[in-house]
Design a protein around this ligand. Structure first.
Ligand code: ISL
Length: 574
């Protein structure tokens, strides 16, 4: 790839909005499209290129909109279709693009498709979902009668028994999120038609929710297979039977052909951005998904780095070892160097806040570690994704008790773990660190009681630290996290080497210093990040850093000889 023929999204930075927590415009305590429209200056001042909006479609909100009951509308909670059109127009006027969340592994159980499918065993839409009889010789609803032993991502079995028709339906997530049957071509074509409808409206691409789960490994006779038993559970791990299943590439190629092919931009290049969210995807598979010649998706969200602190599950939290992170990121950089493309992220609406998780959110190091992690990530090769609030260093919430949590994943986990005999205090401690609610507290716009998020009562409490950590105070401060993100984004826009340069890891075995080079033709950048509280003498580690030009650093007055705790430098060796 050269700067001349590289797709536009190699130079782009994407900003994710989780609408219910971004900005409320009508005082009901829940963010909405009107709120996003009010905050467009914040986004254009940051310099972002693309806005990805988490689901705003009509939904019973069992999983905050990832349970969709109508693919072609806007939930009144969030506003109207006219406001969505206005958002598209306003973004385009400012030179930004809009990417919609596409959730088509499952619908809501209240989607008309599922309502019809559920209505009888002979419904014409019965086969649009995964219906199966109870396990042979067992009665529906009995423990263990589920068609497979798979454990849901949100705890418990992946099957829900429907008394009325005497069969189970599959839901990899909540019971209110039945899985669509992609084996059925009618389902696929209904999805493609809906996608074309959104593109015709002017949207610029899709972030595809758990898209590597749409192909299930199903035997010709319709049988689905059990997975290996999970320790201490009657359930099993079914992932081998639905992650990157046998027809996944075929489905994505068909989708590309039916929806995106031929819709070039003005210059003939693809105007769109597609990113597939793919838990469990390997580098080898990612190469296939993102090889432009195969026409599947532009990039994938992989999960390796956000799993490095997991033990037997995400709730079994271990400290991150920097060497593991280097090995993982290094492998993804190398694996997609020749073919394909990386997406880069720390935070999103499913992950606890990175500054609390991988950085150091103590008052002393919060600013420095937030800007250090930002520099580290944005200087990798790939398209960086920035999650709302990350740009001001938002941290995890100080949850006191179970009542403070709202997320279906957290609440289900608590109920299942405690009823399985785990110590309640221990379960709560894990929720505090890993709950998705950490990412979902309202954006901290200012120091006022509701942080400028709402005039009403926020649906999740505002983090009390907003008095100190908010966008308004950082806007005026050239040393703020916000100002640093602005510089990082501008750097990617200005310097082809940041977008396209080859990546080479340095000091792979070092526990505290993360260093690498990026090079494009004659241009070389050296990136050095101290991801610890200990200072390091550069002469001992990377003497070439001593006389280099400082392109961008995260500390106001760096000592030329010493890399301070959580210091990051982007250097150009002379
Ligand atoms: O959040 C997770 C970590 O425990 C994952 O299991 C997560 O559910 C997975 O990454 C898939 O996420 C996506 O699909 C889910 C939805 O709840 C998430 O918000 C979404 O990002 C089901 O639609």
């Amino acid at each position: 790839m050269t700067p001349e023929d590289a797709p536009w999204w190699t130079r782009a930075v994407v900003y994710q909005v989780y609408p219910r927590s971004f900005q409320d415009s009508d005082g009901d305590g829940i963010g909405d499209l009107g709120g996003i429209l009010q905050r467009l200056d914040h986004l254009s001042d940051l310099g972002i290129d693309v806005l990805w909006v988490s689901p705003v479609y009509p939904s019973p909100q069992a999983d905050n909109g990832y349970d969709i009951s109508d693919y072609r509308g806007i939930d009144p909670l969030f506003g109207t279709l006219e406001q969505l059109d206005e958002l598209i127009a306003e973004l385009h006027r400012r030179g930004m693009r809009l990417v919609m969340d596409l959730v088509v592994n499952h619908t809501s159980d209240e989607h008309p498709w599922f309502v019809e499918s559920r209505s009888s065993r002979t419904s014409p839409k019965r086969d649009w979902y995964w219906w199966r009889p109870p396990r042979h010789g067992m009665a529906g609803g009995d423990p263990g009668a589920e068609p497979t032993n798979w454990q849901s991502f949100f705890s418990g079995p992946t099957w829900e028994y429907d008394e009325a028709s005497g069969e189970y339906y599959l839901h990899l997530f909540d019971r209110k999120q039945p899985d669509l049957n992609w084996e059925n071509p009618e389902v696929r074509h209904a999805v493609y038609e809906m996608m074309r409808w959104w593109l015709d409206r002017g949207v610029d691409g899709f972030r595809m929710d758990v898209i590597n789960m749409i192909s299930k490994d199903v035997a010709p006779d319709g049988h689905l297979h059990d997975g290996p038993p999970l320790p201490g559970s009657s359930l099993g791990d079914g992932t081998a039977h639905f992650l990157c299943g046998p027809r996944i590439h075929e489905f994505l190629q068909e989708m590309h052909r039916e929806v995106l092919a031929g819709r070039g931009g003005a210059d003939g290049a693809a105007a769109f951005l597609t990113v597939g969210e793919m838990p469990g995807v390997t580098v080898e598979e990612a190469v296939l998904f993102t090889d432009p010649a195969r026409a599947e998706v532009d990039m994938v969200f992989q999960f390796e780095h956000v799993g490095l602190d997991h033990g037997s599950s995400k709730w079994d939290v271990h400290p991150l070892k920097m060497r593991d992170l280097k090995a993982s990121f290094g492998r993804w950089q190398a694996g997609l160097a020749e073919v394909g493309w990386n997406s880069l992220y720390w935070d999103n609406h499913d992950q606890p806040r990175a500054v609390s998780r991988f950085g150091d959110d103590s008052p002393e190091f919060r600013r420095d570690s937030a800007t250090c992690l930002a520099t580290l990530l944005h200087l990798h090769r790939g398209t960086p994704y920035l999650y709302q609030g990350q740009e001001i260093g938002m941290a995890n919430y100080p949850f006191a008790s179970l009542e403070d949590f709202s997320d279906v994943e957290s609440l289900n986990h608590y109920v299942h773990a405690v009823s399985a005999g785990e110590d309640a205090a221990h379960v709560l401690a894990a929720l505090r660190r890993m709950s998705r609610d950490n990412a979902r507290t309202p954006v901290q716009w200012d120091a006022s009681p509701s942080a400028g998020f709402t005039t009403g009562t926020p649906w999740l409490p505002v983090n009390p630290d907003h008095v100190r950590w908010n966008a308004e105070s950082q806007r005026k401060d050239p040393t703020s996290v916000l100002a640093h993100y602005r510089r990082l984004i501008a750097l990617r826009h200005d310097e082809p080497v940041v977008a396209l340069g080859d990546f080479a890891m340095l000091l792979p075995e070092h526990d505290d210093v993360y260093a690498f080079t990026r090079s494009l033709e004659d241009d070389v950048l050296l990136v050095v990040c101290n991801v610890s509280r200990h200072p390091y003498r550069l002469a001992d580690l990377l003497p070439q850093a001593l006389h280099a030009e400082l392109v961008l650093g995260n500390l106001p007055a760096p000592d030329p000889q010493v890399l301070a705790p959580w210091e990051a430098r982007v250097l150009r060796p002379r």
